[in-house]
Design a protein around this ligand. Structure first.
Ligand SMILES: Cc1cc2nc3c(=O)[nH]c(=O)nc-3n(C[C@H](O)[C@H](O)[C@H](O)COP(=O)(O)OP(=O)(O)OC[C@H]3O[C@@H](n4cnc5c(N)ncnc54)[C@H](O)[C@@H]3O)c2cc1C
Length: 645
């Protein structure tokens, strides 16, 4: 997916106080009429609240978030509804989102004021991403896709029950109402999906009919003008790619192997969907292996190409910021989200860095470029390089974060320590986890392998390009002033944690030595001196350290998704050109290779995996899901084969 800068809506007000868009030369619906329109056209028009009654989940997809009135009205109706669905997912696509300040300034019906204020509090930085905003303990999820509707629809992974076609009038905003929009809607529609729009324009009705919808006219509010209602009744259902079909099990239970950040995060994300999981680990407590460092950092990336890697890291960093903020509220000193500096040591100056950000349209509440003087001021220590400042970045104690994930999952997650999974075995449609003596530890229809490199052994060593990198961090009593926020570049230095200065880390491939080595400390100290230039006067005689192993893929992205069925993929004629088409082993999922970014990646990856397992809308775009899919290696190999042939 090619991203474009997000330009916030330039909100104007008419003399009567009605919000107005000069770009589309059209008004937004005024507060007085907006709620009624949302209820009459969109909720009643798509059969709500009756259609969500008694259901596990209900998915609404809206084109044009605008002032957010339809979302707020739907959320409000869900809260008042007696037999509401357990989870409400509201996906909305908006090319010109409001700024947080404008969102707060919008006049609302009094009944929506509280929800509107919660929406404004959760409003994301306006980056071209799918932003996940979670309310009411994850039971209401807003997936806000910022960008062009035609680009976003093919990127969504969801089964939609109701479409709200809103946005400015077809005559004023023809871009949004193109014929291909309706085809893309059909690809997302669940059987019997409904659609509603306030326009009765001929082109809209024709577009819906051509995509397989039965269309009727109905009278609008007060019988003033006709609206269009539709139901999806196609002659045949479009086929879905193998990895996008979901057949969630009736039991809604999973076994998770590994209680590091990955395993604990997936238990939390599954719990939000109402799934129970048992998290097994050979250690007696969670997060004792790679996830056991005193602290680590998290942040996004800015890159002129804005390719897959930058997009995934940005989405992941924003998700982690939300999680750490929430965790800090309930668990205390878990870490900090007061920003992070990434030094630019390539010789590029702050003006060129700012020019790049302006070209990409990345907002200052995601990333800003600082010259060395400003970077020094914000960190509180002298720095000689300009820096990327990530206001939503920070540091966290991974052990605390892993335990917070389990706490949040509550009764839906059980930790079982001291259990080593030796092998796995499929029998009668269920997976069994076996101990070294062949005894069955536990069995379930759904298994998540979140046990870092050992997942590869359990899977029979698939030919995934993964490296094992030993790393050592160094710690010293904090005897001198340390930065207020993490400083990173080649190496990193954290603010004081538990009276210690923590910095690192070394990196050696294929090195199994678990001892803490003086040579690695020397490396970390030398790196620290280069990073801060003003050799921080730490007394190196009381230095401490910890070693761990990172498992990294050659494309520097994690492995998250259903495990491919290599035998089925080897059958001639099976489509392998995109990861999503590769056949899968039922109920078996991998969540590994978090490399040196597990803190940044665990929350978003877990949410994407849990949504895939449960059949909920996936909070990352389809192309990113392909990019982290374990089947991507089969696809690449198939491409190489084709090129050779
Ligand atoms: C030195 C160093 C510094 C780092 N700094 C940062 C940083 O600043 N920021 C950042 O984002 N990331 C950082 N990382 C990376 C981050 O720590 C990892 O990506 C992350 O912890 C990986 O989490 P995980 O759950 O995949 O693996 P782990 O935490 O290793 O968890 C795997 C779990 O599986 C269990 N297990 C394995 N096999 C079995 C089995 N057969 N049966 C039962 N249990 C099993 C293990 O006991 C373990 O608890 C750093 C890593 C290192 C080594």
């Amino acid at each position: 997916m090619k991203t474009r800068p997000i330009v916030p809506a330039h909100l104007q007000w008419t003399d009567e106080g009605v919000p107005f868009s000069d770009e589309f030369d059209d008004v937004y619906h005024p507060a007085a009429g907006a709620l009624e329109q949302a209820r009459h056209v969109f909720l009643a028009g798509t059969g709500l609240p009756e259609r969500w009654q008694g259901r596990e989940r209900f998915v609404v997809l809206e084109t044009g978030f605008g002032l957010g009135n339809n979302f707020l009205a739907t959320w409000d109706a869900w809260r008042r509804s007696e037999q509401r669905c357990r989870q409400l997912h509201f996906i909305s696509i908006e090319q010109r989102p409001l700024t947080r300040d404008d969102l707060r300034a919008v006049q609302r019906d009094a009944s929506l004021a509280d929800l509107a204020s919660r929406l404004a509090d959760a409003w994301p930085p306006l980056t071209p991403n799918l932003h996940r905003l979670s309310f009411d303990d994850g039971r209401v999820e807003l997936l806000l896709a910022l960008g062009d509707v035609a680009a976003w629809l093919p990127e969504l992974v969801a089964q939609v029950d109701a479409f709200y076609l809103d946005g400015f009038a077809p005559a004023k905003n023809p871009q949004m109402w193109q014929a291909r929009i309706y085809k893309a809607m059909a690809r997302l529609a669940a059987p019997g999906a409904t659609a509603a729009t306030w326009t009765a324009a001929r082109s809209v009705r024709d577009g819906l009919v051509s995509a397989g919808f039965d269309v009727t006219r109905a009278s609008g509010r007060g019988g003033k003008r006709d609206i269009t209602l539709a139901t999806y009744t196609p002659a045949f259902m479009p086929r879905r790619a193998t990895a996008r079909k979901h057949a969630p099990t009736a039991s809604r239970e999973a076994l998770v192997v590994g209680a590091g950040l990955a395993g604990c995060a997936v238990a939390w994300a599954l719990a939000e969907h109402g799934w129970r999981s048992v998290v097994l680990d050979r250690e007696s407590a969670p997060a004792q292996a790679a996830s056991g460092n005193l602290a680590g950092l998290f942040h996004g990336i800015a890159n002129p190409q804005d390719g897959t890697h930058a997009r995934f890291n940005r989405a992941a960093a924003i998700a982690t910021q939300r999680v750490v903020e929430q965790a800090a509220l309930t668990r205390g000193a878990i870490g900090s989200v007061q920003g992070l500096l990434r030094l630019e040591t390539s010789g590029t100056d702050a003006a060129s860095m700012r020019a790049m950000l302006a070209q990409q349209g990345l907002p200052a509440d995601y990333v800003a470029a600082l010259d060395a003087a400003d970077a020094s001021r914000s960190s509180g220590i002298p720095l000689e390089h300009p820096a990327w400042f990530y206001p939503g970045g920070g540091w966290v104690r991974p052990v605390e974060l892993a335990n917070w994930f389990l706490d949040r999952a509550g009764a839906n997650a059980t930790f079982r320590g001291g259990v080593t999974v030796h092998s796995l075995h499929r029998i009668d449609g269920r997976w069994q986890l076996l101990a070294a003596d062949g005894a069955t530890i536990a069995e379930a229809e759904t298994i998540v392998l979140a046990n870092a490199g050992d997942a590869l052994r359990l899977l029979g060593h698939p030919s995934w390009p993964i490296r094992r990198l030993r790393g050592q961090v160094s710690m010293l009593p904090a005897t001198v002033p340390l930065p207020r926020i993490p400083v990173t570049g080649a190496g990193y230095l954290l603010p004081e944690v538990d009276g210690m200065a923590m910095f690192g880390a070394s990196s050696q491939p294929n090195d199994d030595d678990p001892t803490v080595r003086a040579s690695d400390h020397a490396h970390n100290l030398a790196q620290l001196a280069r990073l801060t230039r003003t050799a921080i006067g730490l007394a190196s005689d009381s230095i401490q350290g910890r070693t761990g192993w990172r498992w990294s893929t050659d494309d520097r992205l994690p492995i998250v998704g259903a495990v491919p069925d290599a035998a089925a993929a080897a059958v001639p004629g099976v489509r392998l050109d995109q990861a999503r088409f590769v056949p899968r082993l039922p109920g078996l999922f991998a969540f590994t290779a978090l490399g040196s970014r597990g803190i940044t990646w665990s929350a978003l990856s877990a949410q994407a995996l849990a949504a895939t397992i449960c059949g909920a809308p996936v909070p990352i775009e389809s192309s990113l899901l392909d990019a982290i899919d374990p089947a991507r290696f089969i696809t690449r190999e198939a491409r190489r084969e084709a090129n050779r042939g």
